[in-house]
Design a protein around this ligand. Structure first.
Ligand code: URA
Ligand code: SF4
Length: 198
């Protein structure tokens, strides 16, 4: 965690993006096609955090555009929002080879970018998609099955809601999809509450 008295490491969101797009700080740099920084509205009140780019994301440079991404898009639209209304980012910005899990050293090397995105976007609600984002942002070892669908106070004034990663929903089908939908309904409710009190 940065101390409030420290100067921000990036002067602006566009400088942050420019730095990230040129980053070679970890072992994922050589295997990527391009850095997948994030997409959406940098002043959104809802931020989604996934794990890392897959094959399609690596090719297109945009998070969540493959099969899991199409499901995420449908879940977002299911609560009356569009991708343009939210911001979508990942724990690691470069595709792990063969879609393997990101390693602790890679997550640590990349985390300043996610931290800076959190600071600039300053969302009211953060939705972590799956174990990697949830463990990183909640600083917990507890698994997603226990944590999903609950509200956690986050960094003073935000609410964090963990849900399943859309890839896991695709793998596990029916009941997982129903739980993901229920989690998104909670997201909608918390957003409405936050907007009413803003
Ligand atoms: N899975 C992720 O975690 N992020 C993406 O951007 C795509 C798939
Ligand atoms: Fe840099 Fe993150 Fe890509 Fe590693 S994953 S090279 S830290 S942008």
């Amino acid at each position: 965690m940065l101390l409030d008295s420290e100067p921000p490491p990036f002067a602006s969101f566009s400088e942050l993006e420019r730095d990230a797009l040129a980053c070679r700080k970890c072992a994922l740099a050589p295997g990527r096609t391009q850095v997948v920084f994030g997409v959406g509205d940098p002043s959104a009140d809802l931020l989604f955090v996934g794990e890392g780019p897959g094959e399609q994301e690596d090719i297109q440079g945009i998070p969540f555009v493959g099969r899991a991404g199409q499901l995420l898009t449908r879940l977002i639209e299911g609560i009356g929002l569009a991708r343009d209304d939210v911001y979508i980012a990942n724990v690691v910005k470069c595709r792990p080879p063969g879609n393997r899990d990101p390693l602790p050293a890679e997550i640590e090397a990349c985390s300043p970018y996610l931290e800076a995105q959190l600071r600039f976007i300053d969302p009211a609600v953060v939705v972590t998609l799956g174990n990697f984002a949830t463990k990183l942002l909640l600083d917990t070892k507890e698994g997603i099955t226990k944590l999903r669908g609950r509200e956690f106070p986050f960094r003073g004034h935000a609410t964090l809601i963990p849900t399943f990663h859309p890839s896991a929903v695709l793998r596990n089908g029916g009941p997982a999809l129903a739980q993901a939908r229920a989690d998104f309904v909670l997201v909608k409710r918390v957003l409405a509450r936050r907007r009413a009190s803003a």
